[in-house]
Design a protein around this ligand. Structure first.
Ligand SMILES: [Zn+2]
Length: 89
């Protein structure tokens, strides 16, 4: 079973958090964060951010906000240590 790359994970993270995703893909994303601490942190942070936002506005996150968030996350992933996804230490 092949693991998702971090980029694939980031591509699917918003649908994953919204739970608007095929069960099969959700499983893959879940597996990725269980083995990739960097992406787990990104997931956890993003989820909390979206939850806080939704709590305030009681509606979906606007696309521009989501886009900014994704860009910030991607930048963070790119400038960080990077992560091979399947690496276990
Ligand atoms: Zn990852």
């Amino acid at each position: 079973m092949s693991l998702l790359t971090c980029k694939e994970f980031l591509d699917g993270i918003s649908d994953f958090i919204d739970d608007d995703i095929a069960p099969e893909l959700r499983e893959k994303l879940q597996k990725h964060i269980s083995e990739c601490p960097n992406c787990w942190v990104v997931y956890d942070t993003t989820k909390k951010t979206i939850q806080v936002y939704k709590g305030m506005e009681a509606q979906a996150v606007p696309d521009d906000v989501r886009e900014r968030l994704m860009k910030a996350l991607e930048k963070r992933m790119a400038s960080g240590r990077g992560c091979a996804g399947a690496r276990t230490e």
